[in-house]
Design a protein around this ligand. Sequence first.
Ligand SMILES: Cc1ncc(C[n+]2csc(CCOP(=O)(O)OP(=O)(O)O)c2C)c(N)n1
Ligand SMILES: [Mg+2]
Length: 591
Amino acid sequence: MIPPRGANPAQTRPPAGQTPPARDQKNSDRTGSVPAPDPCVHNGAMAQLPESAPVPGSTAALLAGYLHAAGVRHVFGYPGESVIDFMEAVTHRGIEMVSAVREGTAAFMAEAAAMTSGNPGVCLSTLGPGSTAVLNGVAAATLDRVPLLAISGQIESSREQFFTHQVVDHGRMFAPVSKLALRLEPASADVVIRKALRTAGAERPGAVSLTVTADAWPAPAGGAPAEGEVRLPPMAPAAGTVDVFGEGDPLRTLAAARRPVLLAGIAALRCAAGPELVRLAERAGIPVVVSPMAKGVFPEDHPYFAGVLDMAGYRVVWDLLAGADLILAAGFDPVELISPWSVSTPVLHLDTTPNTDQVYAAAHELVGSVGALLGWLTAQWTGEPRWDEAAVAAHRARLRAAWLAGRAPGRLNPSDVVTIAREAAPPGTILATDVGSHKIMAGQAWQAGEPRSVLIPNGLSAMGFGVPAAIAARLTRPDRPVLALVGDGGFAMAATELRVASSLGLPVTVVVFADGSRNRIELRQQSVGYPPTATRMDGMDLVALAGATGCDGVRADTPAALEKALAGFAARSRPLIVEARIDPAQYQAQF
Ligand SMILES: Cc1ncc(C[n+]2csc(CCOP(=O)(O)OP(=O)(O)O)c2C)c(N)n1
Ligand SMILES: [Mg+2]
């Protein structure tokens, strides 16, 4: 049965002329007028439910059914003729179709939704320019190891082989940036959808591209046992079996170590191995370094927490690893290495994946679910704790001093922004960063309390992620405050997506490290004596931009002003853009 138009309150907009008044007037620092949400504008979720149902038993309906069963509640995309049947099918299935400003940012939203929820992310683009525009986000999901279905429309199958207007070969185009590029054809729809979902989620996860010709969507789906029935494949990252590779006994190697260090990475996060990490760290007295994308897998206020790899203060962390006599790499993925692996410390490799990267030559490889592997080591441990808490605290103090180095007195330093934002953020806040010098500062010192609460792109490391990621995080976790810390370069790449946030009433807060520079690259130029070619930017008036996109906006150039701007941000009802005018001098001490 089709619900009447507007029956779903979540997808209903006020009729034109009846827009509710802005609720946050007293906190509003913006200038200029806020455009009223316009139900005719296609920003944000599709406004109304379809009048006619998609064809029952169609390929579109089957794919929508599988997505729903896999926990997908949002499809992020941009419309085109070749995908209109599918947009109706997902809406009919109760999945919200979120229309971004462009396809590339829609893919970042889908990636961030998957990072936050653990379920596959889904982005949608049309043929030709839509599919080419989505590539960066697809590559990001693959290198960030995030399960993503990138669905692209294509011209009808009768013209696909010879027609040239807007037609590119998706199979060849998506191959290098995805785990698999498939064509969804009606006759084999059931098996191909299952294959796509299983492949996207299997270790190591990543993007799967699904190309669907316009005529395939309404055609009857083949292979389903009964109309509309879905048979969801397992979505868990790894089961419990253990393969052991390498000479000798890994338990003996561990028992012989006097200064072991755990290095936890994203496979540990995917395996939800946090409790086992804590138990091994405490029982055997082992400090834990985490990778940026694994932040939260180990509590950062724990006495055995030893910092984040390759973020600000990175030399202190590498010194710890160099001085260790065994590194237990627990789900560590070398895709996150920014520096080369330069230490000769022996490695015990604990991962869902064999050591196929060979960045280090592991003494032993234990392959299975990371939590189970850690649990097994803990159960076998009979020795004394190897490190005392005071020694780890001394290491953390060195790291903190390195992170604070180079501060310019009396100015708004990058470290001030991170500290003030963290203090203003209530427990449970989700943080998204962009890419650049600000990420390196935030990645080290933003204290993560739980898994999947910090979204840092560190595989492809694509700029333009932070703003769309914050929007998707808030949609996925409406119960959580969401904050983005972004550079002014990355912000400019995605700023118009904030109109989506205001249209959908998503009160995300975006703090822009405004330094008029693509600083991370400018620092490289400085280090080799080059001028800042193409790395300086004219500043933008972000307060005006906030007004133009229906957000509140405020400028801060001192710590006190920033504290005031961020006070109580989690209780706001409208999106907020904070232009934090920083002095970037401190970065020079960091890199
Ligand atoms: C899409 C993309 N283009 C280029 C780069 C290379 N890059 C890495 S950091 C950076 C500068 C980022 O500038 P900004 O966003 O202002 O951050 P800041 O370094 O100033 O904190 C650039 C150009 C990238 N990572 N992603
Ligand atoms: Mg900048």
